[in-house]
Design a binder for this molecule. Structure first.
Ligand code: F6R
Ligand code: MG
Ligand code: MG
Length: 361
């Protein structure tokens, strides 16, 4: 029978500020999943920056109320502890007071996929902090559609036919399927606009699920878009899918993403080990971790902390140079986001204050 791999993440309070998760919260999460997660085959709890990440396997399928409720309860009791310790922004990602059927839309981010476990099933869980779901567009494109990244597209008969990409318009609330390589120029028109369009799923041409991101609908609340924080991504690998090294390769060159300080800046994405996933400089720069697991009848064998590899040192060094460079621009675009995209804005305030001082011309 099929296995479901579910990753659910939330920030329920930072230690200190927005940099990390307090270890007691992680202990509480593990204990709760162990005691109450009878429907799970296995689980792994970790954190990247200020986000708690619950990696779970089960046979309940995607959108399982039982599994989503379990994750909600974990975040809820963790946020109680966060309040007790007066951690920063305690409960911040729990936007509602109670659970109602599905955790999507309640604040936490979700990526999950159901599949027949293969003879051997290597998967990577990518987890980012201080950025948005569109940050996965460039690496997903490279993994599944760029032969300069993934040579399997050229020389592996099982990959040569290409893939299908489900792209979601997070603001327009609609989706489209692009076939690659046929549609790549059309697709790039949209996925290059990372603030609005996000690759939600990738399938093989035989409709096998290959990748799922935590892209969800953004809602315009109190004058800003919410629900776009700190995404996760699941990628299945090998044997007709990108090799582990092809899935990691896009991160060997740092690229610019949106997020960082006050969610309002462009800056380099740095691939780091879990140990180094504590963003502090200007609350960043944005970070990505990659944990590898082999599944064995749903058991999570691992993890392997991939970005520990010294082969990513150059990417890190370059990213730091990029950070120095772009930070010098201070509050100027394109380091700071355009006015309409700011997560924090004094604009209405300042406009009001200056009423009467602007003269029509
Ligand atoms: C970015 C982030 C932080 C905060 C910043 C200000 O996603 O979470 O950069 O925006 O630390 O936080 P407040 O306004 O809570 O003091
Ligand atoms: Mg936070
Ligand atoms: Mg975060």
């Amino acid at each position: 029978s099929k296995i479901t791999l579910t990753v659910i993440k939330a920030d329920v309070g930072g230690f200190v500020g927005h940099t990390d998760v307090h270890p007691e919260l992680l202990e509480i999460a593990k204990k709760h999943l162990k005691e109450k997660g009878k429907m799970l085959i296995d689980f792994h709890v970790t954190r990247v920056g200020d986000d708690i990440e619950l990696i779970m396997t089960h046979r309940e399928g995607v959108d399982s109320e039982k599994v989503h409720k379990l994750a909600w309860d974990v975040f809820w009791i963790c946020s109680e502890k966060a309040k007790e310790l007066k951690l920063y922004g305690a409960g911040q990602d729990l936007l509602k007071d109670s659970f109602s059927g599905n955790i999507k839309g309640l604040g936490p981010g979700v990526a999950e996929m159901e599949f027949e476990e293969r003879k051997s099933e290597p998967v990577i869980i990518f987890m980012a902090d201080k950025t948005e779901p569109g940050a996965w567009n460039l690496p997903l494109y490279k993994m599944f559609a760029d032969p300069f990244n993934t040579v399997g597209l050229v020389i592996d008969p099982n990959m040569h036919q290409g893939f299908k990409f489900e792209v979601y318009d997070m603001i327009g609330h609609k989706k489209i399927i692009f076939e690659t390589p046929e549609d790549i120029y059309d697709m790039l028109v949209f996925i290059g606009a990372t603030g609005r369009h996000s690759i939600r799923k990738v399938y093989t041409k035989n409709n096998e699920i290959a990748a799922v991101s935590s892209t969800q609908r953004m809602n315009f609340m109190a004058g800003k878009y919410i629900g776009k924080d700190d995404p996760v991504l699941i990628v299945r690998c090998q044997n007709g899918l990108p090799a582990i090294g092809e899935a990691l390769e896009p991160f060997a060159n740092s690229y610019l993403v949106t997020g960082w300080m006050r969610g309002s800046h462009n800056g380099p994405m740095i691939p780091v080990s879990l140990e180094d996933a504590v963003p502090t400089r200007f609350d960043g720069p944005p970070r990505v971790c990659a944990l590898g697991f082999q599944l064995a009848e749903g058991k999570l064998i691992g993890p392997q902390d991939f970005f520990k590899d010294v082969a990513f040192d150059n990417a890190r060094e370059k990213a730091l140079e990029m950070a120095d460079y772009i930070r010098k621009m201070g509050p100027f675009e394109p380091h700071r986001l355009p006015l309409e995209e700011l997560e924090y804005t004094t604009l209405p305030h300042v406009v009001e204050k200056l009423q009467g001082r602007w003269k029509e011309e």
